[in-house]
Design a protein around this ligand. Structure first.
Ligand SMILES: [Zn+2]
Length: 448
């Protein structure tokens, strides 16, 4: 028969039988033998409970201290929350600046035993938001080794050089750029800077060339560089200068100025002229080689030119005729010149010498005056000529006379000390005939 509980025995009896054989029963039996006092049991229980409580408190009092460059800003229980917030903040600023940024300060999270303190993740987040600044890896643009400003990438250094060269190159129809070179060496040097200092290649080119940035650039610029009112804050910038030399071939259609030639005519008075053929400018297509330094023209050579329309030379006829002829036949001798109250010239000559009309005109007076003696006044276009002290007048008022015609015989009538002609030239003023000596006298010798 198999060894099975006896039938008829109760369940309690079976459990009792099991207990009597168990390890616990044996321990209690052993302890009964040792007869430990009950306070010791109590003490042992307390010890176990205290240990458990201490263990719990020990675990709970361990927090992470967050420090900014060694200065504590708070404690947190959950490291991931801080790390996630830091990562988000960095990503947000990076996208704002469109650069890869990293925190400037050293942030440490160290697990420490901080009994009595509680997790303060919000205070830590606030501190991060307010005190955290960022840095970025950039490339410092240098001109012959002198640092100017950083750009975000090495590619930007090349773009600075291109923008400098382009800023001095003239553009337009007919302009062909043959060469362009920059005297200075533009290079880049890796650096770590605040993202606020990083500039666009165009901004740096404007700085170096001392040029106003274009409007689009202003809008795109960060306000730290150039203000939006268009005023370049870097006008007094004292950085290195750049020198761009460019060679252009410029083809232009341009005017060819006409020249003037002269012919001479005895029909016109001296000083008078008239245009026989009006001049007309020609037209040519010219090609020049232009060398510029920083956009300023330094030399211009003609490479070729093709005349489309020849210029027409202007022809001017100049007069050679003297305004007045000498009024005394045979010349005579000037015995008194034009001066002070003497409003003409005296020409001494033998009595009865022919007195000649100095220019063709109309006789407006032929008669006697107490001091003038016999005298004649002839009207010309712009002048009067006056002949005094004649021994005899040969023409009468209203008569037309021609240049060189004998109008009188030289004498010494009136207030005179010997045979001579007193000759005057008066400029006619206004339309009035007037009395001849109200018109201003001019020195007759200027006409001879
Ligand atoms: Zn006189």
């Amino acid at each position: 028969m198999p060894d099975s509980p006896l039938p008829g025995k109760s369940l309690v009896a079976r459990l009792e039988q099991r207990y009597h054989h168990s390890e616990l029963a044996r321990l209690i039996r052993w302890m009964k033998g040792k007869l430990l006092p009950w306070p010791l049991y109590l003490f042992l229980c307390g010890l176990v409970l205290g240990g458990l409580l201490y263990l719990h408190d020990y675990r709970y009092s361990h927090l992470y201290a967050v420090r900014f460059d060694g200065t504590e800003v708070g404690v947190v229980r959950n490291v991931e929350k801080v790390e996630q917030y830091l990562a988000d903040l960095t990503a947000r600023c990076s996208s704002l600046y469109r650069m890869e940024l990293y925190p400037e300060q050293e942030i440490t999270l160290i697990r420490e035993y901080r009994p009595g303190e509680s997790d303060d993740v919000e205070a830590v987040k606030d501190a991060l938001k307010q005190r955290l600044s960022f840095l970025t890896d950039a490339v410092m643009v240098t001109v012959d080794g002198v640092p100017v400003a950083p750009v975000s990438t090495a590619e930007g250094v090349k773009q600075v050089e291109e923008a400098i060269c382009l800023s001095f190159v003239s553009s337009g129809e007919g302009v062909e750029l043959l060469e362009v070179d920059l005297s200075e060496k533009i290079s880049g040097l890796g650096c770590t800077v605040s993202p606020d200092l990083v500039r666009s290649p165009e901004e740096i080119a404007c700085l170096l060339t001392r040029q106003q940035p274009e409007q689009e650039l202003l809008v795109a610029s960060r306000e730290t560089i150039i203000s939006r009112d268009g005023r370049n804050r870097e006008a007094d910038w004292n950085g290195p200068e750049v020198h761009v030399r460019s060679v252009e071939q410029v083809t232009v259609e341009e005017q060819v100025s006409f020249s003037t030639s002269y012919t001479y005519s005895s029909q016109l008075y001296l000083g008078e002229s008239r245009v026989l053929t009006p001049g007309k400018n020609g037209l040519q297509v010219a090609t020049y080689r232009v060398i510029r330094e920083n956009g300023v023209e330094r030399s211009k050579e003609t490479v070729s030119n093709r005349v489309l329309v020849e210029p027409v030379t202007r022809v001017v006829e100049k007069g050679t005729k003297k305004r007045f002829g000498w009024p005394v036949s045979g010349g005579g001798r000037i015995s008194q010149r034009f001066h002070g109250s003497h409003r003409g010239i005296d020409i001494a000559a033998p009595l009865n010498t022919a007195v000649l009309a100095a220019e063709s005109g109309t006789v407006v007076y032929s008669g006697w005056g107490d001091s003038q003696g016999n005298y004649i006044v002839i009207r010309h276009d712009a002048y009067y000529t006056v002949y005094l002290h004649n021994c005899k007048n040969l023409v009468s008022v209203g008569q037309s006379v021609s240049r060189g015609q004998t109008i009188a015989r030289l004498g010494s009538t009136g207030k005179s000390t010997g045979p001579h002609l007193h000759f005057e030239i008066r400029r006619r003023i206004g339309p009035s005939w007037g009395y001849w000596n109200t018109h201003p006298a001019i020195n007759p010798l200027q006409f001879f």
